[in-house]
Every structure is written in structure tokens, then in C-alpha cells.
Write a protein that binds this ligand. Structure first.
Ligand SMILES: NC(=O)c1ccc[n+]([C@@H]2O[C@H](COP(=O)([O-])OP(=O)(O)OC[C@H]3O[C@@H](n4cnc5c(N)ncnc54)[C@H](OP(=O)(O)O)[C@@H]3O)[C@@H](O)[C@H]2O)c1
Length: 261
């Protein structure tokens, strides 16, 4: 099959391209780096010629509500229109588990808008909700890190390995449209503060973590089991410890670099 991946240079998109190619499929990458802009629509129609299915793993780092909702809405409209014009038969969207259970931040609002457009859109679809990725805890600490400390909300999560998410997306994209798929989660429930601490220790970069609900990023409406997978979830195999064990240790890498210099 010929499968397009929107966000092909991103964390999940690049692993999805790898997974599809390992399965023997042909891929078409969509990202601004590759000269195709899903937000403006530039280059989309010519890229999608002969494509059977498209995986949407786009993301935006913006934090402004209107900007994020605008990005996810406009890019989704553009993808669906281009798919309809070129005869793409299956639109696969990666989304986040539990979005209907909390208000959340601008990103959550953008993802909800994206889901609605896909569900009401002209192309047959599959939507895969995934829990937070194994590297989510570390990413969150970088948002607030200052003078050796960072605030972090004690969220209950059941994180999943990015490569397991990519494998699931590749499998779904090469099968028939499924509508809303069962939630995808990792094998263990965890506390986000503990995950952040263990990731930083594995990287060899120490930081003081301050658990709080008042950083403005995650409110108490995100406490409890709102991020946990629902009944019938698909449980991916890679544990957080498996994932941690293959992380490059930044400090050791730097020491090796100095040694060589
Ligand atoms: N982080 C989590 O824990 C989690 C959990 C569940 C679901 N998700 C969802 O997973 C999805 C993928 O996340 P990720 O972390 O893999 O994203 P990422 O690494 O930030 O990658 C984003 C991708 O989007 C591309 N992109 C951005 N703007 C574009 C534009 N205008 N046109 C074309 N391409 C554009 C980027 O490429 P260029 O910059 O080259 O354009 C890049 O390839 C997100 O939608 C997120 O909501 C995340």
C-alpha cells in the first residue's frame, strides 16, 4: 500500500514511517521540512496522488487556545479535502485518551476539534486514542524548569511507548476503517512526578520537582482516573522501565564527547 504520514518528521510520525516501511509499504511524508504544509494546504494534493490511507500525527507546540484550535482544525480540513480530491480511502487520526472527561488546556481543545471534523468528514476514518507517551513526564518538566527546579502535576497516567503507538497506527492504516478504536495504553499505571524523577535520573540530569496543581498547565479536573484507558483497551507491551533502559544518558554521552575531544 501507499500510506501518507502527516507529521512524518515528528516523534510518532517518523516511527510510523519506519513501521510501515518495515511492513513493506510505500510511504509519503508530509511536513513543512519536506515542503508540504498541512495548515496552508501547500503541496498536499500533489503529495497524495495514489495514496490509499493517511495517518495524521501532526502536532503544534503553541499554547494559545485560538492558535492551537485553529491549527488542528485548519490542517484537518485541508487534509480531508485533499484526500477527497485525490481518492484517499482511509483517514487515521492519533488522539489522546479521555479528552471528553476534562476541559484541559489549549492542546486538548484542539484535539477535540480535530476529532469532530474527522468524525463528520467525507473520508472513512479510524481514530486511535493513546495515553500519554513514556517521554511525556520529561517533556512536562522542560516547560516549567527554572534555576534547577520545575513544577509538575501529580497526574495518574498509564504511559505507552512511542514505538508501540507507531506500530498500532501502521497496523490500523493498512486495514479497513474502524471508526473509534479501543484506547491504546501501556502496561502499568504510574504517577507523573515519579516518572519525571526516574527519567531525569536515567538521563543523569538532576532537578528539584515540585508537585502542584497550580502551575496553570494541568488543573484538578485532570486528577483521578481521567487519563486512564477505558474498558477493552489495547495494552501495548513496552513497560516504562524497558523504555528507560534504552534512553541515552546525556551526562555519559557528554563525558564520552569530552574524552574524545
Ligand atoms: N505527547 C503525548 O503524550 C501524546 C499522547 C497521545 C497523543 N498525542 C498526540 O500525538 C500527536 C503527535 O505528537 P508528536 O509528539 O509525535 O508530535 P511532534 O514530534 O511535535 O511532531 C509534529 C509533526 O507535525 C509536523 N507539522 C507541524 N506543523 C505542520 C504543518 N503546518 N504542516 C505539516 N506538518 C506540520 C512537524 O513537522 P515540521 O515541523 O517539519 O512541519 C512534525 O513532523 C499529537 O497530535 C498529539 O496530540 C500525544
Amino acid at each position: 500500500m501507499r500510506v501518507a504520514v502527516a507529521g512524518a518528521t515528528g516523534r510518532i510520525g517518523s516511527l510510523t514511517v519506519e513501521a510501515l516501511e518495515l511492513m513493506g509499504h510505500e510511504t509519503v511524508g508530509i511536513s513543512r521540512t519536506q515542503g508540504i504544509d498541512a495548515y496552508t494546504g501547500e503541496g498536499l494534493v500533489s503529495a497524495l496522488g495514489g495514496v490509499d490511507a493517511l495517518v495524521d500525527a501532526l502536532s503544534s507546540n503553541a499554547t494559545d487556545h485560538d492558535e492551537v484550535v485553529g491549527f488542528f482544525s485548519q490542517s484537518t480540513r485541508n487534509l480531508l479535502e485533499a484526500e477527497q480530491e485525490t481518492g484517499v480511502q482511509h483517514h487515521v487520526l492519533l488522539t489522546i485518551v479521555g479528552l471528553s472527561r476534562y476541559d484541559g488546556n489549549a492542546h486538548a481543545a484542539g484535539k477535540r476539534a480535530q476529532e469532530r471534523l474527522v468524525e463528520q468528514g467525507p473520508v472513512q476514518w479510524s481514530i486511535l486514542p493513546a495515553t500519554q507517551f513514556h517521554d511525556f513526564a520529561e517533556m512536562v518538566t522542560t516547560w516549567t524548569e527554572q534555576d534547577g527546579s520545575a513544577t509538575i502535576a501529580p497526574l495518574l497516567v498509564q504511559p505507552v511507548a512511542p514505538a508501540d503507538v507507531a506500530d498500532a497506527l501502521a497496523e490500523i492504516a493498512t486495514g479497513p476503517p474502524q471508526g473509534r478504536c479501543p484506547d491504546l495504553a501501556g502496561p502499568e499505571t504510574q504517577d507523573l512526578v515519579d516518572l519525571a524523577r526516574r527519567t531525569r535520573a536515567a538521563r543523569g540530569t538532576s532537578i528539584r520537582l515540585v508537585p502542584t496543581w497550580s502551575s496553570g498547565l494541568f488543573g484538578v479536573d485532570m486528577a483521578g482516573d481521567v487519563h486512564l484507558p477505558g474498558p477493552g483497551a489495547r495494552i501495548a507491551p513496552t513497560t516504562f522501565d524497558d523504555w528507560l533502559a534504552q534512553l541515552p544518558d546525556r551526562k555519559r554521552a557528554e563525558e564520552r564527547g569530552h574524552h574524545r575531544a
